[in-house]
Design a protein around this ligand. Structure first.
Ligand SMILES: Cc1cc2nc3c(=O)[nH]c(=O)nc-3n(C[C@H](O)[C@H](O)[C@H](O)COP(=O)(O)OP(=O)(O)OC[C@H]3O[C@@H](n4cnc5c(N)ncnc54)[C@H](O)[C@@H]3O)c2cc1C
Length: 606
């Protein structure tokens, strides 16, 4: 979903803040590596420090989807601002989800107000990806733990004051993570020194620091959850939100780089259009969808470690490629420090590392995929958000494919055999009328469910998915633009599968006016399922150089087909060349609007 027109008030408020207050100053603050005190104060006023904290503790109580949108908006202006919020938010979530009631009451309201400014202390000089290798210890002494060790790369380490810190409380534990505990550590004792601010390639302005603890006293009441040995799980559980956050950041920075590229190309109208714009826009859209998908699962309380990891992995890699592409498109201007694009180029690599490097991400995702294979219908798709009847439809399609399609697909494909019996059963199941309105005998499903059904069919045999998708593209065109007579006569038969549609949307057909009729001539080189189709939707160019669609029945005078063509794959589809020689079509042409072509493309994508 494009976030620009989002109706959520907080997202709109953050967008205004970014446009008016962040963009004008971001580059100069970033180049000076100066902490943005004034912007952080405004973020407090907006309530962003309590974004995910429930209202009862003074937070905004946003869901993860809205939070991701907020982060995207911030990062369109300046990625470092999201850094100020994110590790703070993860520290707060550790207290919210794993702390005692007393800890929640004590810490969460001040986290919400941004008085307690949180950070995460996990990484150490010799322990990054391998968190279990940390050496920081917390030794109990009466009602206090004494913490000794060094923590690296702590975002908000200098400006923050309240950290979630992972330390070993049992150094003999095996595996080591069973001896780790999480503490809420508040600054204010000389045993904690911020010894160094760490300079970085990008992501400047937000402080990244090295913290040294020497016998630093922490009250036992700050041991998260009050029980030792659970800290590793506590900090890992926060990383789901952290990964969604990085994915959303990546989308924001990528959007900013893309916007800069588009503005540049539009400003130089005479130059050729760079085709790479298509690739980067597609990757940007896919990143946003993966991010909102993972966030949506989190909001529904589903397990989403795999999906959050995928979103983080994909979006961060895409953001880096998009930033590089923007530099290429701008040419020399892409390297100018007076423009934002070079900043996006420097910011994006940090997202490949933060919240788990992408190499580790790949290992974890691959392991998860093997362990959880088959848990969810559809390779990647969660059905949890769908109403029950839709879920049933998809599961019925899956069962049908497994029982009736998979056993015969290979042999039928090899023999180039049209799957007549299977198509008939699809008609009986209602799938051939999936998106036909119920008043015309169809199921009237939404496009999301329709796309998922097509995906299931294609998992069994692409030929089948192509037959259904072409047929329903024609049915949709008829329902949308056909006359009342056409809808009444054609749609019920199409929904039953008695009348199969074929989409002929690419070719060199011309349409000439002849009184109230049209006369079509030309050739469409490859029309799927043509030899079994009874109704063709044909896209043609009219006298006025416009595109229009025409419904032509198979027995129309002047319409002929070649023998089925040999194809590389999707055999059994009986793709033919269609010739039209003076084919007369009565009545008005149908609107050849983008929705029909979009539906055809959706069919191929599914
Ligand atoms: C900008 C920024 C902000 C950060 N903020 C914080 C923070 O607030 N708090 C905090 O605790 N930490 C923070 N970090 C640290 C971050 O979490 C670590 O950098 C990250 O976990 C990687 O650890 P490392 O840098 O030690 O790299 P290493 O773990 O040493 O990894 C180096 C390389 O080896 C690869 N590698 C390592 N192990 C394996 C393996 N088993 N298999 C395959 N490849 C492997 C990695 O993928 C990577 O490519 C931050 C880092 C950055 C860059």
């Amino acid at each position: 979903m494009r976030l620009a027109d989002n109706p959520r008030p907080i997202v709109a408020a953050v967008r205004r803040f970014v446009e008016k207050e962040v963009r004008p100053v971001a580059s100069s603050l970033e180049h000076a590596d100066r902490y943005p005190h004034e912007l952080v104060a405004r973020m407090k006023e907006l309530g962003l420090f309590g974004a995910l904290i429930p209202r009862e503790y003074g937070g905004l109580g946003l869901d993860s989807t809205t939070y991701a949108m907020v982060i995207e908006e911030l990062c369109r202006g300046w990625m470092s601002l999201a850094g100020v919020i994110n590790s703070h938010t993860i520290a707060a979530l550790i207290v919210l989800n794993h702390g005692t009631d007393e800890q929640r009451r004590r810490f969460l309201p001040s986290f919400s107000r941004g008085e307690a400014r949180g950070g995460l202390c996990l990484t150490e000089p010799h322990a990054g990806s391998d968190v279990q290798a940390i050496r920081t210890v917390a030794r109990r002494q009466g009602d206090t733990y004494l913490i000794t060790g060094t923590k690296m790369f702590v975002t908000n380490g200098r400006e923050g004051n309240t950290f979630a810190l992972l330390a070993r409380t049992d150094t003999a534990a095996n595996p080591p993570h069973k001896g780790m505990s999480c503490f809420i550590v508040e600054k204010g004792h000389p045993g904690l020194q911020v010894v160094k601010s760490i300079g970085k390639l990008g992501y400047k302005g937000v402080d990244t620091a090295e913290l040294v603890f020497e016998e630093f006293p922490v009250p036992a009441a700050n041991l998260v959850g009050g029980v030792e040995g659970r800290g590793f799980k506590h900090v890992m559980s926060g990383l789901e939100t952290g990964r969604i956050n990085i994915a959303a950041r990546a989308v924001g920075v990528a959007q900013a780089a893309f916007d800069a590229a588009i503005h540049h190309v539009r400003a130089r109208r005479a130059r050729a259009i760079p085709p790479i714009l298509a690739d980067i826009a597609t990757r940007l859209g896919a990143s946003r969808l993966l991010t909102s998908w993972a966030a949506g699962m989190k909001d529904r309380g589903e397990r989403c470690d795999l999906e959050a990891g995928m979103a983080k992995l994909y979006a961060s890699e895409a953001a880096q490629e998009i930033a590089v592409a923007a530099v290429r498109i701008l040419g020399e201007a892409g390297a100018l420090t007076s423009l934002d694009v070079e900043r996006h180029y420097r910011d994006t690599p940090l997202m490949l590392i933060g919240e788990g490097t992408n190499e580790i991400q790949r290992l974890v995702i691959a392991r998860n995929l093997l362990e959880r294979y088959g848990e969810q219908p559809g390779a990647l798709t969660s059905l949890e958000g769908l109403p029950d009847e839709r879920k049933q439809m998809i599961l019925a399609a899956r069962q049908f494919v497994e029982k009736q399609v998979v056993p015969v697909a290979r042999e039928s494909e090899r023999a180039r055999r049209y799957p007549a019996e299977i198509v008939e059963t699809l008609g009986d199941l209602g799938i051939l009328g999936a998106i036909v309105p119920p008043e015309h005998g169809g199921l009237g499903l939404d496009f999301t469910t329709y796309a998922m059904i097509l995906e299931e069919l294609a998992r069994g045999w692409t030929t089948l998915a192509a037959i259904v998708s072409d047929h329903l593209t024609v049915a949709h065109l008829t329902a949308r633009s056909g006359t009342a007579e056409q809808r009444k006569r054609l749609l019920p038969a199409m929904a039953r599968g008695d009348l199969m549609g074929c989409a002929a949307l690419a070719g060199t057909v011309t349409a000439r006016r002849a009184g109230r009729d049209w006369v079509l001539s030309g050739t469409i080189p490859a029309v799927d399922n043509a030899s079994h189709g009874a109704l063709f939707a044909i896209l043609a160019r009219t006298d006025r150089e416009r595109s229009a669609c025409f419904l032509v029945e198979r027995n129309a005078k002047g319409l002929t087909l070649s023998a089925p063509l040999d194809t590389l794959g999707a055999r059994g589809l009986h793709t033919c060349e269609v010739h039209l020689k003076g084919v007369r079509v009565p009545g008005p042409a149908l609107a050849a609007d983008g929705a029909v072509l979009a539906l055809a493309r959706l069919g191929i994508a599914a």
